[in-house]
Design a protein around this ligand. Sequence first.
Ligand SMILES: Cc1ncc(C[n+]2csc(CCOP(=O)(O)OP(=O)(O)O)c2C)c(N)n1
Length: 342
Amino acid sequence: MTPSTDGRPVRFTLDTSKLDLSPEDMLEMYSTMVLVRNVDERIWIMNRQGKAAIVASCQGHEAAQLGAVWAMRQEPNAAYFPYYRDMAMAIGLGVTAKETMLGFLAKEGERHSGARQFGLQGIRPDLKLYNNSNVVCTQVPQAVGYALGCKISKEPVVVITCFGDGAASQGDCHEAMNFAAIHKLPVIFFCENNKYAISVPLSKQMAIANVAERAQAYGMPGVIVDGTDILATYQATEEAVRRAAQGGGPTLIEAKVERYLPHTSDDDDTRYRPQEEVQEARKYDPLRLFKEFLISKGVLTEALDQRFQQEARAEVNQATEFAEQAPFPKADDFLEHVYGSS
Ligand SMILES: Cc1ncc(C[n+]2csc(CCOP(=O)(O)OP(=O)(O)O)c2C)c(N)n1
């Protein structure tokens, strides 16, 4: 995939002959996706039981997030500025089911914020996972600032920042992309376009069909990829990672994804979204698509899939039990890491 000469976004299509993933790699990707789906479904249930306060599900986004993570994981100096829907990205980077469950139940031992924020929000410096917050788009200029800081101090880095289609219409996003292109910063702008910003459909918040079309105006390549295809997303991101690492500057990747559940557990999407649309979208479930691909290639069998499903369920059961029994954080350390002391 090379950037088009007329600046129009490249529509990326998977070329399996160029895949540099072993069958073992692909099985690891698949079993991680199975785990993520199991964690996500369980947290949604815990919310309905009144145990998890609020959840932004990543169901339908898993392939995009994990494809991007797998490409980024090959880069030793990778840093991540995700958004609130990026649970698959977090788990792909090593956040465990137990840690995730502790976060959504706001229990002691949670490592992003000490259980003082929504699940998975806060930072995990050990994983170079920075500022995941509910405030839409803040992470995008921060990712660019981080990349600029690394450039000034001559530290090699490749930064990825993720955001939704709604966030792409915010001023912060435009300023960040413009600045990154001017300074040729090693940033991948990864837009997970699920066609809705809560209840606002894409057509009501942008006058063009693709977010990636804007890349031309900033002066960077724009790439559209099928975000329900983990391997396509992996390949597209891998190229952007290589370009960034070699000093080629930023890339805007638009992963076309589906949102299977309401915006969050506090939302009722039946008030604004035809449910037939959701049923149609479910035909392209990234988990099923990847399973069918792997079976067709002889990499996965139904028996192995059953094993992955059982292992994921067992891990999620253990994580749930652990988090339910864990205490809430102590009131005394409420201000820890909030204010410095002198
Ligand atoms: C600065 C700011 N403005 C508004 C909101 C309210 N809000 C929360 S999520 C959201 C929609 C974001 O949609 P999108 O970027 O498409 O991501 P998605 O949730 O669809 O993945 C809005 C407007 C907010 N949290 N922060």
